[in-house]
Design a protein around this ligand. Structure first.
Ligand code: AMP
Ligand code: MG
Length: 335
C-alpha cells in the first residue's frame, strides 16, 4: 500500500499576532492537489481573497493534474498533441528550463516510468530492469515541443508536473493575495509553504519543518516573503520484499533516487522554483547539491542524510533553530 504522510511541514503560530488582533483575519483549509491545504491571511478583505485563492487552486489542479481525466495534462498525454492554456504552456517552459539548470535532476517527463512503479495508480510494484530500460528513452526531453500554447509529445512521452504543481499554485496564491492588497499571509499546500510579508506585528512567520522520523518537528524557521518546500523519501513510498521504494525518481536510472538523503528542503523567493529545486536536490544528493549551491547562491537548503546528518546553507542557519530533541544531531553549515 502507498504510504502518504501529511502534513509534510507543520506550521506554527499561523494566527495574526496579538499586537494586531484587530486586523481582520481569515483562515481556510481544504483538500486539493492530493493534499491538505491550509491558509491564513490578515488584512482587509482577507476572507474574500482566500475564497478566491481556493478557487484558483482548484482551477490549477484541473489544469495540471496528471490523473484527472479532464485536465490539460491528462488530455495532452493521451492525445500527444494539444493546445493548452497560456499558464500551462508557461509552466512547461519553466519546467524545461529547470531541468536544464539542474542538469536533468528535475525532470518533468518521467510519467511512463513512474506509472511502471505504480505511483499514482492503486497498485505499486517493482518493474524489471528490462521494463525500465525500455521506458527510459520515452523520457527524453527532446521529444517535447512547445510553440506558443501548442504542445506536441512524441508518442509514448508523458508529462508530469507532480514536482512543481503545488509550488506553482502557492506562488499564484501569494501573487493574487498581493494584488488584493493583503500584506500578511501564509499558505501551506501539504508542505509547500509560502509566506507573504511578516506577521501583522512585524515579526517573522515561524514555520516548523517536519521531522522525517516521526511526529515531532525538526525545528523552526523564521520566514518572510519566501517559499519553503521539502521533498522527502518518507513522504510517499511503498514496501516490497522488505525494501522501501519512494516516489522521487533518479531520471538517469528510472529508479527511486538513492542519493544518501532522507529529505531536501529548499528556500527561495519563488514557489515553483523552490518546488522544482527541492526535488532536484533530493536527486543530486548532498555533495552535488552543495556544489550547485556554491555556483548559484540564489537559494538556500537544508538537507537530511540517511546517516541523520543535517547540512544547511550558512544564510539559512542564521534563522533556523533545531527543536530541543534534535539538538544532538550533527549539523554541518555549508559555506
Ligand atoms: P516532490 O514531492 O515535489 O519532490 O515531487 C515528487 C513527484 O514528482 C513525484 O510524485 C512524481 O510525480 C514526480 N517526480 C518524481 N521524480 C521526479 C524528478 N526527478 N523530477 C521531476 N519530477 C519527479
Ligand atoms: Mg518538488
Amino acid at each position: 500500500m502507498l504510504k502518504f504522510l501529511l502534513p509534510l511541514l507543520a506550521v506554527f503560530l499561523v494566527s495574526c499576532a496579538p499586537a494586531a488582533k484587530d486586523a481582520p483575519r481569515a483562515e481556510r483549509s481544504f483538500f486539493a492537489m492530493d493534499t491538505y491545504i491550509s491558509m491564513t491571511a490578515c488584512g482587509d478583505g482577507a476572507d474574500a481573497a482566500l475564497a478566491e485563492v481556493q478557487e484558483r487552486i482548484h482551477a490549477a489542479e484541473r489544469r495540471l493534474s496528471v490523473t484527472l481525466p479532464d485536465s490539460e495534462i491528462h488530455r495532452l498525454n493521451a492525445a500527444g498533441d494539444a493546445d493548452v492554456s497560456p499558464e500551462t504552456a508557461d509552466l512547461l517552459r519553466f519546467a524545461l528550463s529547470m531541468s536544464d539548470e539542474t542538469d536533468g535532476a528535475f525532470h518533468p517527463a518521467l510519467y511512463p516510468v513512474l506509472t511502471a512503479w505504480g505511483f499514482t495508480t492503486p497498485t505499486q510494484r517493482v518493474p524489471s530492469d528490462e521494463e525500465i530500460a525500455a521506458l527510459l528513452p520515452l523520457t527524453d526531453l527532446s521529444r517535447i515541443s512547445v510553440t506558443g500554447n501548442h504542445v506536441t509529445l512524441t508518442p509514448g512521452t508523458e508529462l508530469d508536473f507532480g514536482a512543481i504543481a503545488k509550488g506553482a499554485a502557492g506562488e499564484d496564491a501569494i501573487q493574487f493575495l498581493k494584488s488584493r492588497g493583503i500584506p500578511s499571509a501564509l499558505v501551506n499546500l501539504g508542505g509547500n509553504v509560502q509566506t507573504l510579508g511578516a506577521r501583522p506585528d512585524g515579526s517573522p512567520w515561524r514555520v516548523g519543518l517536519a521531522s522525517p522520523w516521526g511526529a515531532e518537528y525538526l525545528g523552526l524557521l523564521e520566514s518572510k516573503d519566501e517559499a519553503i518546500v521539502t521533498s522527502g523519501s518518507y513522504q510517499r513510498f511503498f514496501e516490497a520484499d522488505g525494501k522501501k521504494y519512494h516516489h522521487i525518481l533518479d531520471p538517469a536510472s528510472g529508479r527511486p533516487a538513492e542519493s544518501g538523503l532522507v529529505s531536501a528542503t529548499v528556500v527561495t523567493q519563488n514557489g515553483a522554483r523552490t518546488d522544482a529545486l527541492s526535488t532536484a536536490l533530493f536527486v543530486m544528493g548532498a555533495e552535488k547539491a552543495a556544489g550547485f549551491w556554491r555556483r548559484k547562491r540564489n537559494f538556500d537548503f537544508l538537507l537530511i542524510t540517511t546517516g541523520k546528518e543535517i547540512l544547511i546553507t550558512a544564510p539559512l542557519a542564521k534563522r533556523f533553530r533545531l527543536a530541543d530533541e534534535f539538538q544532538n544531531l550533527k549539523v554541518t553549515v555549508v559555506k
